[in-house]
Write a protein that binds this ligand. Structure first.
Ligand code: ATP
Ligand code: MG
Length: 173
């Protein structure tokens, strides 16, 4: 799967519409502290269905909406659109959140459930919890984790965490 384009509006610090085309090969994002590099990666994860506000560095999911500055008023919605190509086919995934009203998703203009977005990315072996996405501070967390926590992280990365869930289910039956 290839991410070809990312468009943001009102998402975190991206108050004005931003349109990024991602060409094949290695892409780097550089800039001074606080310019929005991590926010961009969070926008990717969010569009893929992230449900944890904490992992988006917020108290609630509305915190992804531009909160305003001394000179600019807050926005009442945020929207991120991601153009992907998988198996030779392009799809556009959009997630939109309105303040106080929650999120909605669209794939190629059709309203869909969060689950449909999760399945689309799972079929490409990626998603909001893909071990390919390593957030800032995560390396330090792995180094300082207790052995059992570290094992859980490695199991998640190896894709076997789901097996434990199914085993616990089976044991309770
Ligand atoms: P570093 O190099 O320190 O990792 P960075 O480029 O990754 O920096 P980010 O963490 O992506 O920077 O951006 C942080 C900026 O985003 C802060 O200035 C913060 O105020 C701003 N920001 C985060 N959420 C919002 C929001 N909801 N509304 C407005 N600004 C926001
Ligand atoms: Mg950062």
């Amino acid at each position: 799967m290839q991410i070809k384009r990312l468009r943001l509006s009102g998402f975190k610090s991206f108050v004005d519409a931003a349109d990024l085309r991602i060409e094949p090969g290695l892409t780097g994002i550089v800039g001074p502290n606080g310019c929005g590099k991590s926010n961009l990666l969070e926008a990717l994860r969010w569009t893929m269905g992230e449900t944890s506000a904490k992992s988006m560095r917020g108290a609630g999911m509305d915190d992804v909406i531009f909160a305003g500055t001394g000179t600019r008023p807050a926005r009442d919605f945020a929207e991120v659109s991601m153009l992907i190509e998988a198996a030779g086919q392009e799809s556009e995934i959009v997630r939109r959140i309105e303040r106080g009203a929650g999120s909605a998703y669209r794939i190629d203009g059709r309203d869909v459930r969060a689950k449909d977005v999760a399945l689309l990315f799972a079929d490409s072996a990626t998603g909001a919890h893909s071990p390919a996405l390593v957030s800032q501070g995560r390396i330090g967390a792995i180094i300082s984790a207790k052995p059992a926590e570290r094992r859980a992280m490695l199991e998640e990365a190896a894709g076997i965490a789901g097996l434990h869930v199914r085993r616990r289910d089976a044991e309770q039956k």
